[in-house]
Unconditional design. Structure first.
Length: 288
């Protein structure tokens, strides 16, 4: 189907609940457990999403209550294609980092799984508190086990000093995913020293090749791959491409007249307009 054949029926379908057969992961992050590494660890995991989990659709962050809006601002600006949830957690003592995040994550993750908002759980934490959540998912008869595997992945950091010894000793190694950060914040660009010119050129290619009508950010990756086959952005995973599209390509095509078709809804659908196409035409001259 071409964008010109798109109808109101397909538009309505965009807003329907996900098909149960459409595999979608939810990522649940105990941010305070990650300490100062929180942002780079989250970015690294999403940009290098593990093949052992379905595509990421829902991101839930559990943070100090007084930092809720700060984290919501950060997450929604970087992961516009994800359903982002940010929840403040209660601290039991001001002098302690002990909080209620593990309880909230367990309850919310099970609810999302049973209500089919997601069908695979990924927890990001170095704490051992989530072994009981894994067991609950494994033993719940109403939760299907695709290919006999528990729909659960535990992501931990490469910081051995903070990783729970119980996790290392008892949790199945093939259901652990190690996030390598190296204590260095990831760059926001797909290629080192990427210039403004390349993003402008990519934005222009999107304006040229995407037809008038609705499209998704990932529809633009084949356009990039066709013209810049050796550029890192041509082969990155969908989450990473979405981040780069949001940060570097979208601001350019938005100025040209591309619209967001479904403001406030996820996943984001864009609209290629006649105005945006006309922006490619050179200005008229006085010559005959």
């Amino acid at each position: 189907m071409t964008p010109s054949e798109y109808s109101d029926d397909q538009d309505d379908a965009l807003n329907q609940p996900p098909d149960p057969l459409d595999r979608r992961s939810g990522l649940y992050v105990d941010v305070e457990n990650l300490q100062s590494d929180g942002q780079p660890v989250i970015l690294s995991l999403i940009e290098n999403w593990p093949n052992s989990a379905p595509a990421l659709a829902r991101l839930s962050l559990y943070v100090r209550a007084d930092q809720t809006e700060l984290w919501r601002l950060w997450a929604t600006s970087r992961f516009r294609d994800l359903d982002v949830v940010v929840k403040g957690t209660q601290h039991f003592r001001m002098s302690s980092t002990k909080n209620s995040a593990d309880i909230a994550i367990a309850v919310n993750a099970m609810a999302d799984l049973i209500l089919k908002r997601v069908n695979h759980i990924v927890v990001l934490s170095n704490d051992s508190d989530f072994i009981s959540l894994y067991a609950a998912v494994r033993d719940e008869p109403n939760i299907p086990l695709p290919d006999g595997k528990v729909p659960f992945l535990w992501a931990v950091t490469d910081n051995e000093s903070s990783l729970s010894t119980s996790v290392k000793r008892f949790f199945p190694p093939d259901e652990l995913h190690i996030v390598t950060v190296g204590r260095k914040k990831p760059e926001n660009t797909a290629a080192p020293a990427a210039s403004t010119d390349i993003w402008d050129a990519m934005a222009e290619a999107v304006l040229e090749d995407i037809e008038i009508g609705p499209f998704k950010s990932t529809d633009c990756q084949p356009v990039i791959k066709k013209r810049w086959p050796d550029h890192p952005l041509s082969d990155v995973g969908r989450p990473k491409f979405g981040i780069e599209f949001n940060n570097n390509i979208w601001p350019v095509i938005e100025k040209a007249g591309v619209k967001i078709r479904n403001p406030g809804k996820k996943p984001i659908q864009y609209e290629m307009t006649s105005e945006a196409k006309n922006a490619l035409k050179p200005p008229p001259t006085n010559e005959e």
